[in-house]
Design a protein around this ligand. Structure first.
Ligand code: 5GP
Ligand code: ZN
Length: 113
């Protein structure tokens, strides 16, 4: 699939990997908006949050677990972090492979839109 995150999953594009399990990887965002900015993605391609059906309950639980684990690994689980997924163009989604931003390492402004 011609998708930048699928290419990272296949090792065709380099990325600073932070975590990997059978079905999930996390890597550093190429354009960090804070000292800590990780992206957690399923290896399987889903266009967005809304495209991941609840029949994939195991993967959803694994994503939850992976996000928690990544937050611990990058040192923000206790200090605090923001978890973001942009769903669709009007929300600012620019890569159409489901991903969760884990952002922290400094005090974040309260921006909800
Ligand atoms: P979105 O705007 O879709 O919510 O987030 C996409 C994110 O992917 C952006 O924060 C952008 O910096 C990041 N990104 C885009 N291309 C690459 C890439 O090739 N490598 C990495 N590590 N991050 C990328
Ligand atoms: Zn993809």
């Amino acid at each position: 699939m011609d998708c930048v995150f699928c290419k990272i999953v296949r090792g065709e594009l380099p990325a600073k990997k932070l975590y990997e399990s059978e079905r999930i990887i996390a890597f550093e965002d190429i354009n960090k908006v804070a000292p800590v900015h990780a992206l957690v993605i399923p290896k399987a391609h889903y266009d967005s949050f809304i495209a991941l059906p609840d029949t994939e309950s195991e993967l959803i639980v694994e994503l939850h677990r992976a996000i928690q684990e990544v937050a611990r690994l990058i040192g923000v689980a206790d200090t605090g972090f923001r978890l973001v997924t942009n769903n669709g163009k009007t929300a600012g989604q620019s890569v159409f492979h489901l991903h969760f931003h884990v952002i922290g390492g400094r005090t974040l402004e309260l921006k909800m839109g």
